[in-house]
Design a protein around this ligand. Structure first.
Ligand code: ATP
Length: 329
């Protein structure tokens, strides 16, 4: 297992109380696999990524959580527990590539800086050649010329390729891609996803793909976890979960997902999951019982009072869902 996250709980302090962003979230990602983390806006996807990367906002408080990465365990309740791993054991691709790029340095300088941090002492010429080679590997046109350009001279898709090249050079054990294609048009989306897959195959890292799009997950991921209001409601292989969703929420997500097409991208800023009636519960006041009860179409009396555990779906331990209907009597 490349990465194992256990029991991650995160709160945010607000003037009006405490928002519970994540409760007891666990995830396992195998080496060389791409794991999709889906959920509607506000479900806590980015909080998972930021907690792993040690990039949480100042008002965040990790109340529990351990990450084990390639055999090393980190207590995430300790601020900056994973900071040392940033850029080495873990790398992240954001929706906006400019969050990873510095506007005042050339692409070449920024790529060489990654190499300088990873292998201090290596000479500049070798670093330059390796950086240019990485740009060629992510199929950026004219890599030699790009080395001397600044981020603002490139398109959004080209900048995202540069960020993927940076990740390639840092050879992470875990690559977190948080909505890496949301700002791009459909053709570029497919190209960027191909480059992420290429990177994974080259260095054999685990990838956590954070997305609103079940279409992307079913097309590119091996496994999936479904987040809802800070709780993981289901996880399994994409095949298992797609064929037989164990949780009513997952079933509803699959029922309302629009296939990957241009229409979807024409309105990419819209949350495609809003077709499920109702809203996420107030993160400051968790309702008793099942967190999804208020929006569930198959709930029964107990769901309002009993908090469900994670039960295997069809007796398969690799596929679980947090739904009382799966509890054995
Ligand atoms: N700095 C913060 N202060 C207070 N609350 C926050 C902060 N960051 C996130 N939250 C809250 O934590 C919850 C989870 O947010 P998060 O951004 O992780 O969700 P998400 O699933 O990534 O959403 P999106 O898809 O819109 O990025 C939400 O209720 C959000 O409002």
């Amino acid at each position: 297992m490349a990465i194992s996250l256990r029991n991650l709980s995160v709160n945010y302090s607000l003037q009006q109380g405490t928002a519970h962003a994540l409760r007891g979230v666990s995830l396992d990602i195998e080496k060389g696999q791409m794991h999709g983390l889906v959920g509607e806006s506000g479900s806590g996807k980015s909080t998972v990524a930021f907690a792993l990367m040690g990039l949480l906002a100042n008002n965040a408080n990790v109340t529990s959580g351990t990450a084990t990465i390639e055999g090393k365990s980190f207590d995430l309740t300790k601020r900056n527990a994973t900071a040392d791993l940033r850029g080495r054991g873990m790398a992240m691709i954001f929706q906006d590539p400019m969050l990873s790029l510095n506007p005042v340095f050339t692409i070449g300088t920024q790529l060489c800086e990654v190499l300088r941090r990873r292998t201090p002492g290596s000479d500049r010429k070798t670093q330059g050649a390796m950086a240019e080679d990485a740009l060629a590997k992510v199929r950026l046109s004219n890599p030699g010329r790009r080395m001397n350009q600044y981020p603002h001279e490139l398109s959004g898709g080209m900048r995202q390729r540069v960020v993927i090249a940076m990740a390639l050079l840092s050879e992470p054990a875990l690559l977190i891609a948080d909505e890496p294609t949301t700002a791009l048009d459909v053709t570029v989306e497919a190209q960027i996803m191909r480059e992420i897959i290429g990177l994974r195959d080259r260095i054999g890292c685990a990838v956590l793909l954070i997305t609103h799009s079940l279409g992307l997950v079913t097309e590119y991921c091996d496994a999936i976890s479904v987040l809802y209001a800070g709780e993981k409601l289901e996880s399994g292989t994409v095949r298992q979960v797609q064929r037989q969703p164990g949780h009513p929420y997952t079933r509803m997500l699959f029922d309302c997902e629009v296939p990957i097409d241009r229409e979807r991208h024409a309105d990419a800023s819209q949350n495609r999951f809003t077709v499920i009636a109702g809203d996420l519960p107030d993160p400051r006041r968790r309702p008793p019982g099942c967190i999804f009860n208020a929006r569930c179409d198959v709930s029964f009396e107990d769901c309002a009072v009993v908090s469900p555990g994670d039960y295997p779906v069809r007796n398969d331990d690799s596929h679980s869902a947090r739904c009382l209907r799966l509890a054995t009597p």
